[in-house]
Design a protein around this ligand. Sequence first.
Ligand SMILES: Nc1ncnc2c1ncn2[C@@H]1O[C@H](COP(=O)(O)OP(=O)(O)OP(=O)(O)O)[C@@H](O)[C@H]1O
Ligand SMILES: [Mg+2]
Length: 384
Amino acid sequence: MTEKPVLQVKNLSVEFHTYAGTIKAIRNVSFELNKGETLAIVGESGSGKSVTTHTLMGLNASNATISAGHIFYKGKDLLKFSEEEFEELRGGEVAMIFQDPMTSLDPTMKIGKQIMEVILLHDEDIEKEQAAAKALELMKQVGIPNAEEHFQDYPHQWSGGMRQRAVIAVALAGNPDILIADEPTTALDVTIQAQILHLMKEIQSEIDSSIIFITHDLGVVAGMADKVAVMYAGQIVEYGTTEEIFYNPQHPYTWGLLNSMPTTDIDTDELSSIPGTPPDLLNLPKGDPFAPRNRYALDIDYEEEPPFFQLSDTHYAATWLLDKRAPKITPPKEILKRWDKWKKFGSKSALPKISKFGVAEKKKTAKETAVPKSGAEVTGKDNI
Ligand SMILES: Nc1ncnc2c1ncn2[C@@H]1O[C@H](COP(=O)(O)OP(=O)(O)OP(=O)(O)O)[C@@H](O)[C@H]1O
Ligand SMILES: [Mg+2]
């Protein structure tokens, strides 16, 4: 893995103009993505996850304004891109996997042909026959059983799980540098999300692309992401390596997300949800927008937004609790257990593998990781 970032997002802010007023959808968002790296963006509904990735792809609604910031993709300033340049970028260098497969597949075109079309679009020199062979290879790579027999199928002939694989094959057909998967607003089974991410990661190691994976659920990315950005009310409130986020979390919102997630690596007495609801982005409260839901809020949280405090080269958290003038507080005991592991193992390489579903622990075959249709296991030809 080289350390030159493929993508740099710096202090990005996006607003939406509506009749009711200006919605500050994302504020001061910064992160970097290196080649071959997997970044997870995690946060509740409305926290700005989709707006962040849509901005990268030039897909924001027409009432959006980028009010501040920069996005550099391989050194090129994306915010200066024309619509034609964005069109070229999408589906080619940066590909998005929407998790409702039917929004990305053409119901009237055979699946093999849909994959071929993307290959032909992105490689002017390739012959049709070669493109067909490559499309077939991609179908096999994403775990379509008996791909030859199913090359001529239409999307409606396949199960939801297999269609999802087809979408991944279409996304990969343009040899993307960055693969973005945005979860749907309707909650998909988190186990299926984890399986999709696992499949993307298996392919990633072959094509060396970078991944941005969006989810509500921190557990989905356990053991699979390299870095995690935790978003709240349009801001990244904590950012770090997966080990830092899971074993040395510093933001009370991250604590809340961790404590609402079933896990095998920490004993939890009971799961707890974060009380309250996110703020109205039309009328953000004074101070830290998380303060009203934060049982560790200090007086200053109601007055002033916390700056980012840096904990390591890779770990940042925006909470006044890290200010040296802040009183010492005792976090929830599950968090103390995590901190204990962090202290005990010190170096991240010695930390136990973070796992929720066990999928990260052993390399499974494509069959075992197949995406089930409506809870049923998809294992063979009959289930296409
Ligand atoms: N076109 C738009 N006009 C007005 N507000 C918008 C528009 N698009 C998004 N927003 C607002 O921007 C905020 C962030 O939305 P975003 O879609 O990024 O959330 P999200 O984190 O992806 O949530 P979810 O998990 O539900 O997908 C929300 O308050 C949303 O209502
Ligand atoms: Mg979204």
